[in-house]
Design a protein around this ligand. Structure first.
Ligand code: AMP
Length: 217
């Protein structure tokens, strides 16, 4: 049982690695981005509020994401441990998370930072797409499906690109990361939780580097 945070700029590989760690350790992946996209898709009040902000590459208000995560952490499935991916993203969210964890008597075991060069981030984001059926991730240059137009994992034929994965929005998201989210590196360093990992290698190499930093059980 452990509770982890994956921290890093958009395109660093948080979602990819969170899925792998979650599967290897029986943790639940909690991605506020995925939850918000589901809310947008469902047309819920939160989704209607969030859509325009997300399309611009800006942050949804802290109260909304804190409430979503706090409610989700009450799920019985989260008792075995979670990996937070895309949350917290501001110092206010980090402070709120501390309070929520304390109230629920949960402990944060480690914060893993994925370090990737800015040029590489832009290239990774601008070419990525996912299978509409199973969510498997692909990339125009780095990871095409083995058979063009067919998902390797589930055989699906429909693929999606995120509306905020455009060249202009990526620049804004990176700026927001530096302004709002990068101070969390200092916050968690000072708490003694931060572990930094080179995120420039292959999915397997980065996964192995993360594993080496996870608390021994
Ligand atoms: P992601 O899938 O993590 O890249 O998130 C996509 C978008 O959802 C972000 O650009 C934000 O607009 C919004 N979002 C996701 N997580 C948060 C968060 N913790 N705080 C504020 N906005 C968020």
């Amino acid at each position: 049982m452990m509770n982890l945070i994956l921290l890093g700029p958009p395109g660093a590989g948080k979602g990819t690695q969170a899925k792998i760690i979650a599967a290897n350790h029986g943790l639940i992946q909690l991605s506020t981005g995925d939850m918000l996209r589901a809310a947008v898709e469902a047309g819920s009040p939160v989704g209607r509020k969030a859509k325009a902000v997300m399309d611009r590459g800006e942050l949804v208000p802290d109260e909304i994401v804190v409430e979503i995560i706090s409610a989700r952490l009450d799920g019985a499935d989260c008792k075995g441990g979670v990996i937070l991916d895309g949350f917290p993203r501001t110092l206010a969210q980090a402070a709120a998370l501390d309070r929520v964890l304390k109230r629920k008597k949960l402990k944060l075991d480690a914060v893993i930072e994925l370090k990737v060069n800015d040029d590489q981030l832009v290239e990774r984001i601008a070419g990525r797409f996912t299978c509409a059926t199973c969510g498997a991730g692909y990339h125009d240059r780095f990871r095409q499906p083995k058979t063009a137009g067919t998902c390797d994992v589930c055989g699906g034929k429909t693929f999606l690109r995120r509306p905020d994965d455009t060249a202009e929005t990526v620049g804004r998201r990176l700026l927001v990361y530096y302004r709002e989210t990068s101070p969390l590196l200092g916050y968690y360093y000072c708490k003694g939780n931060l572990r930094s990992v080179d995120g420039m290698g292959s999915v397997e190499d980065v996964g192995a580097a993360i594993e080496a930093h996870l608390p021994r059980r």
